[in-house]
Design a protein around this ligand. Structure first.
Ligand SMILES: C[S@@+](CC[C@H](N)C(=O)[O-])C[C@H]1O[C@@H](n2cnc3c(N)ncnc32)[C@H](O)[C@@H]1O
Length: 357
């Protein structure tokens, strides 16, 4: 057997086996094969390079430690205040809540759920537990709540729905479900990794910060934490990325609802420069393991949709950074002197575009 061993992130030996394909074996549907779904269980106090036990200071369901094995002396992430929810300034008026569903309990047991109808007649999340062996029936390996497929917009249950607050169609409202760690890298500043195995379609976190009008932040080149709420662009994809499956139906109706001018230029953004959550530490990759999913729950204005980061594939513990495609167009950032601003990409992907912008 072709086998090698390497030192893992935590200093333990990791054995790797080279797999051989059988003749005529069909191609895999995923780029990764994972035999061992074992997760990392190490007390936070024993983490090498620990600089902060919980960057959320108790706000999240699960503490988020930060480690720094790069700087000397090691420093924790600074210059921001953690907020697990989006901050909405008074001058931005959020539209009134739309009509909700009449389901009792969980919408997955209802045959007439209004929110399911908005989602194309089915709930967007897996609502039944697959039969798993006893050792895998825990919160990290649960099937329930995984996004079935990327959608133009997911319509979740909201304030006017009569279902229970733990209804599966409120999955993005349940807070952090995975053990994540912020760690310092050599070339990209802070980054995020998982201690748990994350399955495809799992909701990782919302992108929070301060909601702002784009006009307010234009030209703020030194703020690296601004996320445009641009659902139509997210779905259409940049640089020839394929339109996500299942999205055509709702794209058409959403485009009718909003005039084309509004659809082209995102009006709002989330500024996580000084206030934000774990999402502000997630770096860009040209071959990402997360994607962006726009979600509407109470109101129906896609210009103000919630931004969720969702697993695009199985993400094994500690082996890779969480990342998404920032989606900048090449030469799209112009400096105050009128010249194009460039930023080198260090994602390390085989097909790296070499620049973020
Ligand atoms: C939203 S922040 C991500 C967290 C950031 N690394 C930190 O230390 O707080 C975005 C900034 O991280 C850096 N960054 C993210 N992805 C990168 C990549 N693939 N290559 C180089 N720098 C990256 C760039 O400075 C970018 O402006």
């Amino acid at each position: 057997v072709d086998c090698l061993s390497e030192k893992g992130v935590r200093g333990h030996l990791v054995f790797k086996f080279r797999l051989k394909r059988l003749e005529g074996q069909p191609p895999l549907t995923t780029s990764r094969v994972l035999f061992n779904r074992g997760d990392v269980h190490m007390p936070i106090s024993e983490l090498p390079g620990l600089v902060c036990r919980d960057i959320s200071y108790g706000q999240e369901n699960i503490p988020i430690p930060a480690t720094n094995l790069v700087d000397n002396p090691p420093v924790p992430p600074s210059g921001f205040v953690y907020s697990k929810s989006l901050q909405i300034p008074e001058y931005i008026k959020i539209p009134a809540d739309s009509i909700g569903c009449n389901c009792k309990g969980d919408c997955s047991s209802s045959t007439h759920c209004l929110c399911a109808v908005h989602n194309g007649s089915d709930l967007p999340y897996v609502s039944r537990q697959k039969k798993l062996s006893a050792k895998h029936v825990d919160s990290t390996h649960k099937n329930i709540g995984r996004l079935v497929e990327p959608k133009a917009v997911v319509f979740e249950c909201g304030a006017n729905c009569s279902c229970h607050c733990s209804c599966v169609n409120r999955t993005s409202q349940q807070g952090l479900q995975y053990h994540l760690e912020v760690f310092k890298t050599e070339l990209k500043g802070w980054a995020v990794r998982t201690w748990d195995t994350i399955l495809p379609g799992a909701l990782i976190c919302e992108y929070t910060g301060v909601l702002r009008r784009n006009a307010e932040v234009e030209g703020l080149l030194d703020n690296n934490y601004i996320f445009d709420i641009d659902c139509l662009q997210t779905i259409k994809g940049l640089d020839g990325r394929k339109q996500r499956s299942g999205s055509e139906l709702h794209m058409a109706s959403l485009q009718d609802e909003h005039d084309s001018e509004a659809s082209q230029a995102p009006e709002y953004c989330i500024d996580a420069g000084s206030i934000g959550n774990i999402a502000r530490f997630i770096n860009h990759s040209c071959q990402p393991n997360l994607f962006i999913q726009c979600i509407l729950s109470s109101h129906r204005d896609i210009k103000l949709a919630k931004i969720m980061l969702v697993a695009a594939d199985t993400i094994p513990p500690l082996q890779q950074e969480l990342s998404y495609d920032y989606g900048y167009g090449m030469d799209s950032v112009i400096g105050p002197d009128g010249n194009v601003v460039k930023l080198a990409c260090h994602c390390g992907a085989s097909d790296c575009r070499k620049r973020l912008y």
